[in-house]
Design a protein around this ligand. Structure first.
Ligand code: COA
Length: 396
């Protein structure tokens, strides 16, 4: 057993700038345009001279397959106008963005750099839907899953069916999740879908992979998000409202779901959240709000349980209680989540932190959570082979 509370980073890290494009279908913008736009907005928000950036980390899942462009690190640094600079691209499927945050965090926490730009970007809509599905399936176990025709909606349908079988979770309970997230997305000016949907809309939308329907699924989106991070001691030189990273944690699990003992839980979430809570010296009861990985409605429900917001098997009751609404005890996905805000895979993990920072600064407008002090971001790669968790606070 690792005692994470004894593994202290050399120094604290703060976020001083955030930027994001609108998420959606961007026919008039390329991958580099999106990354450059988000990065420029973050630099402007941090009020920092680009020449001060000492290191860049960019998350991108599959530029090569979506737009034929590999070598994202060079591209992002070049298009942000900050070359020559050290730059790394991170890839962990849909968790590529939060992995970029984690590498940026480690670069500062270790003392190697003081000022780091972090970004995530993906351009998914330049290929047809079936091609996007097979590119995404590259994050599954190719030999044992994708080769046999399994897709991500199919994998998460397994999890949903098993959860419904074992715990009596209902189809209606699952549907309440996208209804809530679209309600929140309707308040978010950067969301892919800024419209409300009803329970009936979800239950009558086209079947994708039984029991999951179209409105249980996150969409195929384009978008980019960016953060500027500095060592906490320097944060006040740039802003009066730095947001501190209290914990960064990550865990991995088997690539294929059939290798797991229990598919109603993501073991990587259990392990990463344990690490994150120990490092932050906090528990689930201390979290004021969270952005969790709702690529399909079942995944948000399972996250409630794995993160400790609900007892095992009681995620359905939690969504029914209304406590995950913006005005509830533990608001979840105030941004609209992946479902309504959109899911440009390499950008998602960074965008989750953009929402956390807006909330913690008190700048989330109609989505604002009252007295937001501590927020958690949970980002999943594949069907749970990677999970990255960050805990942020407006208090050091
Ligand atoms: N939620 C709500 N509406 C959606 C949607 C979604 N997830 N996906 C598409 N739509 C809408 C489109 O806006 C479009 O509406 P319009 O006719 O008013 O313009 C309509 O549905 C048809 O869109 P289309 O692009 O043809 O849908 P599709 O059938 O090709 O794709 C899914 C639908 C669900 C298959 C696709 O969104 C998908 O694969 N999602 C999951 C992505 C994924 O696996 N991500 C990784 C997670 S681990």
């Amino acid at each position: 057993m690792i005692d994470y509370s004894k593994l202290k980073p050399a120094r604290d890290v703060a976020i001083i700038g955030i930027g994001s494009t609108i998420f959606g279908e961007h026919w008039d913008k390329s991958l580099r345009d999106l990354a450059g736009e988000a990065g420029s907005k973050a630099l402007h928000d941090a009020n920092i001279d680009p020449k001060e950036i000492q290191f860049l980390v960019g998350g991108n899942m599959s530029g090569g397959m979506f737009v034929g462009q590999e070598h994202g690190a060079g591209l992002f640094a070049d298009h942000l106008g900050i070359t020559p600079v050290g730059a790394i691209r991170t890839e962990a499927a849909c968790a590529s963005g939060s992995l970029a945050v984690r590498v940026g965090y480690m670069a500062i926490a270790s003392g190697m750099y003081d000022v780091v730009a972090v970004g995530g970007a993906e351009k998914m809509t330049d290929v047809y839907g079936d091609r996007a599905t097979s590119v995404l399936a590259g994050a599954m176990d190719q030999e044992n899953e994708a080769f046999h025709g399994l897709t991500f909606p199919g994998v998460y349908a397994f999890l949903a069916n098993r959860h419904m079988h074992d715990y009596g979770t209902t189809r209606e309970q699952l549907a309440l999740i996208p209804v809530k997230n679209h309600r929140n997305g309707a308040l978010n000016p950067i969301a892919h879908f800024q419209r409300k949907i009803t329970l009936d809309n979800v239950l009558n939308s086209p079947l994708v992979a039984d029991p999951l329907r179209l409105l249980d699924c996150s969409p195929i989106s384009d978008g980019a998000a960016s953060l500027i991070m500095v060592s906490a001691d320097k944060a006040k030189d740039y802003t009066n409202s730095p947001i501190y990273i209290k914990a960064s944690a990550q865990a991995s699990d088997s690539l294929a779901v059939h290798d797991r003992e229990n598919i109603t839980t993501l073991n990587a979430t259990l392990v990463a959240s344990k690490e994150a809570y120990a490092r932050a010296g906090l528990g689930p009861e201390d979290i004021d709000f969270a952005e969790v990985h709702d690529c399909f409605s079942i995944n948000e429900l399972i996250a409630y349980e794995d993160l400790g917001f609900a007892k095992k098997g009681e995620g359905g009751k939690l969504i029914e209680s209304g406590e995950t609404e913006i005005s509830g005890k533990i608001p979840v996905n105030t941004s609209g989540g992946l479902k309504a805000k959109g899911h440009p895979v390499g950008a998602t993990g960074v965008a989750q932190l953009v929402e956390l920072v807006e909330q913690l600064r008190g700048e989330a407008g109609k989505r604002q959570v009252e007295n937001a002090r501590v927020g958690l971001a949970h980002n999943v790669g594949g069907s749970g082979a990677t999970v990255v968790i960050h805990i942020l606070s407006n208090e050091r």
